[in-house]
Ligand binder design. Structure first.
Ligand code: AMP
Length: 131
């Protein structure tokens, strides 16, 4: 069965998309640790990040860098923290989270509750800052 992220990429399940190319897709995490918290996903459905072949792994990180730069231009923060967890969704993804301190990247923190309008505005703003 297709992963929830494959279903998002295929447009079966809605998301707040921020970026896409032929191999990768980025959208807002629906349970964000911070405004601008994005997930970056390879379209190829591989569970574990380190099972990606070398070329796709490298390209995945370059794509994530592009998205991180766009988040930086949208959300005031000290830097973009990254995390790979994958315990909930078995489809490799990188979390990109605007942070100002160590505690901001703690996934046990309460998640933000944003309105659909807020999500949409953040996604549009990040998308507008992509190079
Ligand atoms: P993990 O697999 O542990 O890295 O966690 C999966 C992440 O995907 C969590 O932060 C969820 O909030 C996020 N997530 C799950 N379903 C969706 C969805 N439909 N849209 C956006 N984010 C999602």
């Amino acid at each position: 069965m297709a992963s929830i992220f494959t279903r998002i990429i295929q447009g079966e399940i809605p998301c707040y998309k921020v970026a896409e190319d032929d191999r990768f897709f980025a959208f807002l995490d629906i349970n964000p640790l911070a405004k601008g918290h994005c997930l970056v996903v390879p379209k190829k459905e591989v569970d574990y990040l380190f099972d990606l072949d070398d070329e796709l792994f490298a390209a995945f990180h370059l794509f994530s860098k592009k998205v991180a730069r766009a988040i930086e231009k949208t959300v005031p923060c000290a830097r973009i923290g990254t995390a790979v967890i994958g315990l909930e969704v078995p489809h490799a993804h990188i979390h990109l989270v605007p942070i100002n301190g160590l505690g901001d990247l703690n996934f046990a923190n309460p998640k933000l509750k944003l309105t659909p309008d807020e999500f949409a505005k953040i996604a549009a703003s990040i998308a507008s800052h992509l190079d």
